[in-house]
Design a protein around this ligand. Structure first.
Ligand SMILES: CC(C)(COP(=O)(O)OP(=O)(O)OC[C@H]1O[C@@H](n2cnc3c(N)ncnc32)[C@H](O)[C@@H]1OP(=O)(O)O)[C@@H](O)C(=O)NCCC(=O)NCCS
Length: 158
């Protein structure tokens, strides 16, 4: 993991991002949509994970009125299970904290075990569900996390 760096995405990263997107999702975003987001600036924060020169993952977050929304995160199928998704998500959470966002939100398919495992590991909690949200079949799970909040179990003694 030492050689992986997370940095802001550049236009020249788009072919690699697009390949990972296509390898990861049934209805992938087009390269044109990715170009738009990578070059958007403003409230859009788009990063890649790079192993030397190779882009091995990416993630996108937007700051909407002080709330951070995770739009997308994916890792090259051949590079999964190495901690890259965790490094990308941890980076986004740190950025949301730095930007003083009150909360980080996301939506995930109920059957996406890998993503749910990742989100739970980093402290996201289920806050709602949209029934049959994806293709009229699969539920969407809504999750959030308060950046910078330390979650501890406190036993109150009377
Ligand atoms: C979700 C995804 C980004 C995880 O990336 P990754 O680099 O493989 O994940 P990591 O190696 O950083 O794993 C971090 C933690 O996530 C969880 N996790 C990762 N893969 C998992 C799996 N297949 N099953 C269950 N939990 C999993 C584990 O808690 C893991 O921690 P551990 O290694 O200590 O057990 C990757 O599977 C992916 O790109 N999926 C396709 C795109 C996608 O579905 N994106 C999410 C859209 S909402």
């Amino acid at each position: 993991m030492a050689e992986i760096i997370i940095r802001q995405a550049k236009l020249s990263d788009v072919p690699a991002i697009s390949r990972i997107e296509t390898d990861s999702f049934g209805t992938p975003w087009s390269a044109q949509e990715i170009v738009k987001d990578v070059t958007s600036g403003g409230n859009v924060y788009f990063v890649v994970a790079a192993d030397a020169d190779k882009v091995v993952g990416f993630a996108e977050m937007r700051n909407v009125a002080g709330e951070a929304q995770i739009y997308n995160i994916a890792v090259d199928p051949e590079e999964r299970g190495r901690g890259i998704g965790e490094a990308l998500l941890g980076h986004l959470i740190d950025k949301a904290e730095e930007d003083r966002c009150s909360v980080v939100n996301l939506e995930v398919r109920a059957a996406n075990t890998a993503a749910l495992g990742l989100y739970n590991k980093l402290g996201f909690r289920e806050v709602g569900r949209r029934s049959k949200y994806y293709d009229g079949k699969e539920d969407a799970i809504l999750m959030d996390l308060v950046p910078g909040q330390l979650i501890v179990d406190v036993e109150v003694q009377n």
